[in-house]
Structure formats: C-alpha cells, structure tokens
Design a protein around this ligand. Structure first.
Ligand code: HEM
Length: 196
C-alpha cells in the first residue's frame, strides 16, 4: 500500500477511535447487511491493485463530473462564491487516498474513526476547517451524499475493465467496490441523523 506522509489534512493516524460513536458491532451488522464476507475483502484488495495506477485518471473523471454540475461544485466555493481551486486541490489528494484506503486498509477501529471524521468534514460540524476555507457552504446536503454513490460506482467499471486480466470477474469486482462505497458513505451519514 502507498503510505501517505504528506497529504495536507489527511489525519488518518491522528483521529481518536474513542471519539467515534459507531461501535465495531454496528460496523459488523452493517457489513452483514451488505452481504459482506471474506470474498468481498479479497475482491476489494484486487480492486485496489487494478486501480492503483489509475487513481489520477479516476479523479480527473470524478472532478469533471462535479465540475460540470454547478449544483455540486458550489460546495467547493470560497468566500467570493466561486469554486476555490486550492480547496478543490486539497480535497482531491485526500480523495485519492480514500480510494487506496478503501481497498487496502483493515476495517479496524482506526478506519472506523477516520470514516467518522470524513462524515464530520461533509457536515457543518467540520466542513471547511481542514483546508481553512471561508466557504458560504457550511455543509454538503445529505441527499447528495447518498446520490453520489451512483456515479462513484458506475464509473469504476471502465477502469477495472481496462486493467483486469482474463481471470478477473469484473462484475464481482464492481460489486465489491459498490459494497465498500455504500459502507463508507453510510458511516459518513451518522452525524446527519439522530435516528442513524
Ligand atoms: C459517495 C459520496 C462521496 C464520496 C465517496 C466523497 C469523498 C470525499 C473524500 C474522500 C473527501 C476527503 C476526506 C478527507 O478529508 O480525508 C471529501 C471531502 C469533501 N467532499 Fe466529498 N464525497 C462524497 C460526496 C460528496 C458530495 C455529494 C459533495 C458535493 C459536491 C462532496 C463535497 C466534498 C467537499 C466540499 C469536501 C471537503 C470537505 C471539507 O471541507 O473538509 N462530497 N469527499
């Protein structure tokens, strides 16, 4: 795995597991709900191998998608009400690392704690703080958090197809990626609801 050392604002090792309200048991039940098993872990590792060299291309595509939708890119606005390029770039580096982490990390208490942190960073609790942006957008709405799962999943197939070998079952790889994105995003919605 690529070990990140200099990604600004990437605090994976520094977040305190004691501060996440989500228990390991809740994580296990979410995984069971997603029909997650050992095969899923193995498939996800393979997804990580196939995507590793394509992370920048994936980010280009996803940023193109966000950038071409004014109702989405507005959440990267700076004080002037225009997308802040430094903010976009800062998040982009951490977004790339999220792809790597999702495919390669153990889903242990540290991973769980960082998912809580990322949720807070989309929520009004912490949005804009990491990059020090004075943005008029205080939070990313929950509805877009959920809906974004679709493009993040649908667009990955081409990248997997491109790198896969004949032995790979690309449908199964996409399925494992889909489960992982749903798991991650579901954890990020915890700060948004008392009924989580
Ligand atoms: C499946 C849904 C989503 C995924 C996988 C995702 C992924 C990420 C990741 C990995 C980060 C960086 C986390 C870190 O600091 O380490 C991030 C931050 C951010 N994302 Fe998302 N995101 C999602 C939904 C959205 C949506 C719908 C928007 C709206 C445009 C959005 C806007 C942002 C913004 C503005 C930040 C920076 C937050 C801050 O100020 O710290 N995200 N996202």
């Amino acid at each position: 795995m690529t070990t990140p050392t200099k990604i600004a604002g990437y605090d994976y090792e520094n977040v305190d597991p004691a501060e996440t309200p989500v228990t390991q048991e809740a994580l296990d039940l979410l995984k069971a709900t997603l029909l997650w098993d050992d095969t899923t872990d193995a498939l996800l590792r393979r997804v990580g191998e196939l995507l590793e060299k394509q992370v920048e291309d994936i980010l280009d595509l996803w940023y193109g998608y966000v950038g071409s939708h004014p109702h989405l890119v507005t959440y990267f606005d700076g004080p002037a009400g225009e997308p802040d390029t430094a903010y976009l770039a800062g998040v982009r580096a951490r977004f790339g690392q999220w792809i790597r982490d999702l495919c390669t990390r153990e889903l242990d208490e540290q991973w769980l704690a960082y998912q809580h942190e990322v949720g807070l960073r989309h929520h009004s609790a912490k949005k804009n703080q990491t990059d020090g942006v004075d943005s008029p957008r205080a939070y990313v709405p929950l509805r877009y958090m959920i809906a974004f799962v679709y493009p993040i999943t649908a667009t990955i197939r081409d990248f997997l197809d491109r790198a896969a070998s004949p032995d790979d079952d690309v449908d199964a790889l996409v399925d494992a990626w889909f489960k992982a994105v749903v798991l991650s995003t579901t954890l990020w919605t915890e700060p948004y609801s008392d009924l989580w």
